[in-house]
Design a protein around this ligand. Structure first.
Ligand code: ZN
Ligand code: ZN
Length: 201
């Protein structure tokens, strides 16, 4: 393929994260009442505001909070761990985040605001299966980004300008967070079909 015929795509900074979209955009979820398309965003008090475009249901939803944490030195690999838990028992079975070894650890209650489930149990609206994977998008903007990304035959890394005026590659760009199967050329046509189907929902 000639250079000029390639579809160019310039990567960008990672703004399609659950946290960023809840705070500065919105996320599409299934309405807990009718199953239709609803959107949620986050208010200043940390509550999710839900509005359904199908049944006009509105709700304020509390996100889940971590109740406890287990921390200590792994008996197997000797490294420090700090695991967050959504239930509290004085002794818990945890698997070491470094080596995976399962062991019993003492847990303590915490008042820290660690949210283990940003969406308070709501299910994403824009999801589809592709082979053994799930293709998902937070909202229509995110979906449009994924379509541009998938259509492109020439993917350029995103750059940013450093304090010294030089250009640096943005390593943790939006594209960086995409799984490997999503980026493979052989999956491009199949994923694109799935994404375009999602766009009509
Ligand atoms: Zn509804
Ligand atoms: Zn370990």
């Amino acid at each position: 393929m000639a250079e000029r015929d390639k579809r160019r795509f310039v990567d960008q900074s990672a703004k399609y994260t659950v946290w960023f979209q809840l705070r500065y955009g919105h996320i599409l979820v299934h309405c807990p009442r009718c199953g239709g398309k609803a959107q949620v965003c986050l208010d200043d008090n940390g509550l999710l505001h839900l509005t359904c475009s199908a049944c006009y249901h509105t709700a304020k939803i509390r996100r889940y909070k971590y109740l406890a944490k287990a921390k200590g030195i792994c008996q197997h690999c000797g490294r420090w761990f700090n695991v967050r838990l959504d239930t509290f028992y004085p002794k818990v079975k945890i698997s070491c985040p470094h080596c995976g070894q399962v062991q019993i650890a003492a847990a303590e209650k915490t008042d820290d605001i660690y949210w283990h489930h940003y969406l308070g149990g709501l299910a994403l609206y824009l999801t589809e299966r592709y082979k053994n994977h799930t293709v998902w998008a937070l909202n229509q903007d995110h979906l449009a980004f994924l379509i541009d990304y998938t259509r492109a035959t020439l993917r350029q890394k995103a750059y940013y300008e450093g304090a010294d005026g030089r250009r640096y590659i943005l390593t943790q760009s939006q594209g960086y967070y995409l799984p490997k199967w999503f980026k493979l050329a052989k999956n491009r046509a199949g994923i694109l079909k799935v994404l375009e189907r999602m766009q009509k929902r």
